[in-house]
Design a protein around this ligand. Structure first.
Ligand code: FAD
Length: 471
């Protein structure tokens, strides 16, 4: 009896302690205002409409919200194609199932409501600059006093025949899932082909499906291409291996094709070499100084005459400003996007601003700002201040100053090459730093906790390899 009582008491204490921890850790999403406390967006005297809720657009809206917390004359509305913000640096991790897709998609609504901004899931179709109206594909119109264009980038195919038709390009989260699903599909096909072969001739020699089905070619040796090639290796050799014991993962051939002398040309030469050595250890075949001349449904033809038989080609060799900006009546700098001055203003258009990958931004010295996440975030912060300065009638705008923090490239979960404020490091410490840095930079606390949990669980369990197929 005494024992039963003790056991009961311990369980009760355990439950109380667990509830106390839960309450301590539990994060209750807060909105800044209740709906009746704030006027609708359209009624504000200064309406800032941000089109695009990625790194640049989200940051400008959030910063404006912080800067106008005590004011009721500035209303901010974000419109975005999706109701989430893609955390691009972690997208490659979806391929090996290192992270769950939904954890890389940060919900926009909750975060923006918390900052005092409004959000609508809508797609910009056109802008009437005279009436100061953004028209969306659903026909709805959004008025503005200040318009921020932050539409991001699209893949550039340079007119190479077959690329757009036959390659998977990294445009959305679904593309990362498609790459993972493609290899799972090939494994399923290979398993069935073995079964068929054994039924018809009693032999299973392992060559029942053509090599081109198990050969993956990643075109583009920048950070995205290198990360994708490494994640494909991890998918074949680690994630899928226990579920497909009859398939030798070495049958999966991965090529990385790059037109430059070396891969990762933006990195320090020693780090480039370290990355290349690591890829060679993974048996990823790196081919430099060649360009894809044509891609067909069965092969990649290179401009040095080589042909790689492959039915799985991933294109990462080029990006351009969102093609949508070409439809807008704003000055453009070709595929670099909307022209802006050093204050991020669009010349000739009153109170129209453009930032991030859709804009050909320049810094205070007239130098081009690179299209990356750090620049987009820094522009968002700087632009919020300039917009407020204009609203407040000041003509003292601050020119944009880009402060590069470094470059981090992860090659699978155990190896990275990093350059942070001039310090170069590689290997497992660099991979841990990569994870800590990008985890810290995630905006959503829920996504941060879930991704940390994904990584923690991966230490003990193989991620699942389910292939969810649409019917
Ligand atoms: C696979 C990949 C990995 C990357 N890794 C890194 C990295 O590790 N480090 C780094 O610094 N940079 C990285 N980048 C680059 C970085 O993600 C971009 O430079 C950054 O996202 C630019 O921010 P942005 O706001 O301009 O565009 P985005 O973040 O892409 O946001 C644009 C938003 O506009 C929306 N949109 C587009 N068209 C419309 C429309 N017509 N109507 C409404 N909304 C629209 C989109 O849905 C999107 O949400 C990576 C890019 C890719 C593709």
């Amino acid at each position: 009896m005494n024992r039963v009582l003790k056991g009961g008491l311990m369980m009760a204490c355990g439950a109380v302690a667990a509830e106390a921890v839960r309450r301590f850790v539990y994060y209750e999403p807060q909105r800044r205002y209740d709906p009746w406390e704030r006027s609708p967006y359209k009624e504000f005297s200064n309406r800032v409409l941000v089109v695009g809720g990625g790194f640049a657009g989200y940051t400008v809206a959030k910063t404006l919200g912080e800067l106008t917390e005590d004011r009721d004359d500035v209303g901010v509305m974000v419109i975005n194609k999706e109701n989430f913000f893609t955390y691009w640096p972690m997208v490659a991790g979806i391929i090996s199932s290192d992270v769950e897709t939904k954890n890389v998609a940060q919900p926009l609504r909750r975060a923006l409501i918390g900052s005092g901004a409004s959000f609508r899931r809508a797609e910009l179709e056109s802008v009437d600059f005279e009436q100061k109206l953004v028209k969306t594909s659903s026909g709805l119109e959004f008025p503005y006093d200040h318009l921020v264009l932050a539409l991001g980038a699209d893949p550039a195919f340079f007119g190479i025949p077959g690329v757009e038709e036959h390659c998977i390009s990294m445009k959305t989260l679904v593309d990362a899932e498609n790459i993972r699903n493609r290899l799972i599909e090939r494994y399923e096909e290979a398993t069935l082909a073995r079964e068929e072969a054994s039924e018809s001739n009693g032999k299973m020699d392992g060559d029942e499906i053509p090599e081109s089905k198990l050969t993956f070619v990643v075109i583009g040796g920048g950070a995205t291409g290198v990360e994708i090639a490494s994640e494909l290796h991890a998918l074949a050799h680690k994630t899928l291996a226990p579920d497909y014991p009859n398939i030798d993962p070495k049958r999966v051939k991965i090529f990385l094709v790059d037109s430059n002398e070396e891969i990762l040309k933006e990195l320090d030469p020693a780090l480039r070499r370290a990355a290349r050595r690591h890829l060679e250890e993974l048996e990823v075949k790196v081919i430099n100084e060649v360009r894809a001349e044509e891609v067909t449904d069965g092969k990649v033809i290179l401009d040095d005459g080589q042909e790689i038989e492959s039915e799985n080609v991933v294109w990462t060799a080029g990006n351009r400003a969102s093609a949508k900006v070409e439809d807008l009546d704003v000055p453009q700098k070709g595929e670099k996007g909307v022209e802006t001055d050093e204050y991020m203003r669009v010349p000739g258009r009153e109170n129209v601003w453009a930032i991030g990958d859709c804009a050909a931004n320049v810094d205070k010295d007239g130098e081009a700002v690179p299209p990356n996440a750090q620049a987009a975030v820094q522009q968002g912060e700087a632009l919020a201040k300039n917009i407020l300065a204009v609203i407040d009638g000041s003509d003292e705008l601050t020119p944009f100053e880009y402060k590069p923090m470094g470059q981090l490239v992860e090659l699978g979960s155990q190896f990275a090459v990093n350059e942070v404020m001039g310090v170069k490091f590689k290997g497992l410490p660099a991979a841990l730093f990569w994870r800590a840095a990008y985890l810290f930079k995630l905006e959503s606390p829920e996504n941060r906790a879930r991704i940390a949990a994904d990584w923690f669980l991966d230490l003990f369990f193989h991620p699942s390899v389910t292939q969810i197929r649409g019917r």
